[in-house]
Design a protein around this ligand. Sequence first.
Ligand SMILES: [Zn+2]
Length: 684
Amino acid sequence: MPSIKAVDLAAHPLTAWQGPLGLPDFTRIGDGDFSPVFDAALEAHEAEIEAIAGNKDTPTIENTLAALELGGEALDRVSSIFWCRVGAYTNDTIQALERDISPKMSRHFSAISMNERLFARIDDLYQRRESLKLDAETLRVLEKTWKGFVRSGAKLDADGKKRLAKISEELSSLGTSFGQNVLADESDWALFLNEADLVGLPDFLKSSMAEAAEMRGQKGRYAVTLSRSIYEPFSTFSERRDLREIAFRAFTMRGQNGGATDNTSVVRDMLKLRAEKAKLLGYGSFAALKLDETMAKTPKAVHALLDPVWEKALEKAAADQTDLQRLATAAGSNEKFAAWDWRFYQEKLRAEKFAFDEAELKPYLQLDRVIDACFDVATRLFGITFEEKKGIAAWHPDARVFVVKNADGSERGLFLADYFARPSKRSGAWMSALQSGYRLGHGSKPVIYNIMNFAKPPAGEPALLSVDEAKTLFHEFGHALHGMLTDVTWPSVAGTSVSRDFVELPSQLYEHWLTVPAVLEKHALHVKTGKPMPKALLDKMLAARTFGAGFATVEFTASALIDMAYHARPDAPEAPLRFEAETLGKLDMPDTIAMRHRTPHFGHVFSGDGYSAGYYSYMWSEVLDADAFAAFEETGDPFNPALAERLRKNIYAAGGSKDPEELYTAFRGKMPSPEAMMAKRGLV
Ligand SMILES: [Zn+2]
């Protein structure tokens, strides 16, 4: 076996990025490279940490905090490429590596956060912080770093430290298994149909299903898959109630099908370990631990938002269900109204009420035009421009590369995007960074990417999006802007490194510009005629915006409430799925609506720690985004330059350099109340 010393991190394509535009040269990266490079990069980082911890000089910001922040560059680089591959383009080799690397990384970072000599130096700086005359950003980074060490167990005794490290390692392995199990259930399941089974389906869906079947070796047939891009429109349009039921059951049972990919025990073990971790660190519950670092701060504050919304959403959904049942009966259905009927009749009701259907909008929402719209809005608000560079290799041939330029033409960073679903990609849509932007040391330019799961059109045909998909594109692009517009000194507060309940503000706020009439008039052009969306259709679409709010709010809030129910208790439930059912019962959850994410596939909460006790964050941020966009509406100009500049400076560029409440108030002049959000959802 070659020694890991044989890896030259200064020259290896995973760590020395010598491809075009300063990207990694993806053509020279093989799956077999990750393991030895990870080992070498971990070792290099350990040596850097040892040098900081063992330094005999008095701790300074330079020799301790800055050295810590800038250390581990090789590890950051190999990790960012690896995690991109895990999510967007995985295979058996990558999955096996992931199972191996997750616990290794967890051990590595636990060892750093429990390094006593290192913490002593940070603690020394922290105790002297008043006398160091630090600028506000540096002081905040020092305080956050110190708190991070304490929250990771730096003050625990030796046994406590050992146990905490073990818990973190196990949690990280379990999170990996959880995600892989869901992916396996999603990619293993497909319902193959013939032409005769497609009654009611619009053309765009038929071609996506044909493509999905062909990808799975059944050319000439049509596949319903568990990708949201196919599952949701299928449930919306299919006249075949029996097939809608089959798809519904498969979709809601992902991760709960028995056998090797069943997540029931994974969830139970994770909840137990999380409760133990919170207790060890002196918190009353895992939610209390997680929320300590957020804008909401306590489970009580989260419930103060969610509970009244839940009441309103239930009332709205009950009223909507009465209308839908009437429609079902009129259509001759004698069956009991069920969860697999909701989307179908809701679409019929939409067509009746607003005299248009979703499929009518789709020819106006071409993927490439919607991307242009995203870019155009960013140019009008923030002055940056985008230029595509063709022929540059990224992690997969579908990934596209754009250079992002400042108003003066200088390069700001890179934006990469990978839009189409494939079996090797996990479901959902997300933003991440190959490299973040900051000024410390030699500085670093942001290299940001978006991953989507739009159904791939047959060769030569343009991809068409639903309104929801176009919104998702704007949403993830809003996160990308948060990464690309960042203007801070310290890496740990760059871009999206903000509290979870603040991080959805830049993304959800950006969605508002999709439906600004000037944007749609310019970019929503018919795929065949090139004509803009007719004013009447546009008006109907805008009028229909709050339609279905009862359903959407119930499915979201149910997931958020279950997440809180699991984590706000001091212990863990013995049988989580029974607890899920009982909690939903107590909440009066209608049996005609499913949670947006049920426990066994709730990746936000169990595929890692990201949104555990944090799914509420989307709604928390929505309170902010509704109020923030209202600021533009109040001026009568959705691109008001003075406001856009305040937005850039205080929200998109500021990262986590200041307290979120301070940032929001600097932009808006005051903190928001939930009214604008409730009104936006049509709940008042
Ligand atoms: Zn988001």
